[in-house]
Design a protein around this ligand. Structure first.
Ligand SMILES: N[C@@H](CCC(=O)N[C@@H](CS)C(=O)NCC(=O)O)C(=O)O
Length: 119
């Protein structure tokens, strides 16, 4: 398994930092590919470089031997499945459901907070 994590500028992209922190904290080896934000226009260098690996054109993207996963939660689930020994989710079913609830809330909610405090 050869993992590459595509991230944006770390001082702007809290999205990028989520799987980055997870990989680091779990001690899972990966190569970081930083794609600097120039703009989000369709013709930007950022979009052109990302589209080569992901149809969505957003960071983060995890690439595993050429296979792309392009959403934070999907990346987290992929890592949890492939590294069960890391115990990324709690073993207890209720604790796991609670942890997923919290992650989903953070992932798709708190937009006002995230807009005001992007990092
Ligand atoms: N749901 C995605 C959101 C990713 C996202 O919005 N990333 C931003 C960077 S912080 C991005 O790439 N934006 C580019 C754009 O909106 O075109 C995830 O959690 O991975």
């Amino acid at each position: 398994m050869a993992l590459q994590l595509y991230v944006g500028n770390k001082n702007y992209s809290s999205w990028s930092m989520r799987p980055w922190v997870l990989l680091k904290q779990a001690g899972i080896p990966f190569d970081e590919v930083m794609i600097r934000f120039d703009s989000f226009d369709v013709d930007s260098v950022f979009k052109q470089r990302l589209r080569a690996v992901s149809p969505l054109g957003k960071v983060p993207v995890l690439v595993d031997d050429g296979f792309a996963i392009w959403d934070t939660l999907a990346i987290a689930e992929y890592l949890a499945e492939h590294f069960p020994e890391k115990q990324l989710w709690p073993a207890d079913a209720r604790a796991r459901a609670r942890a997923r609830s919290v992650c989903a809330e953070m992932h798709s909610g708190f937009s006002a907070l995230r807009n005001h405090c992007p990092m």
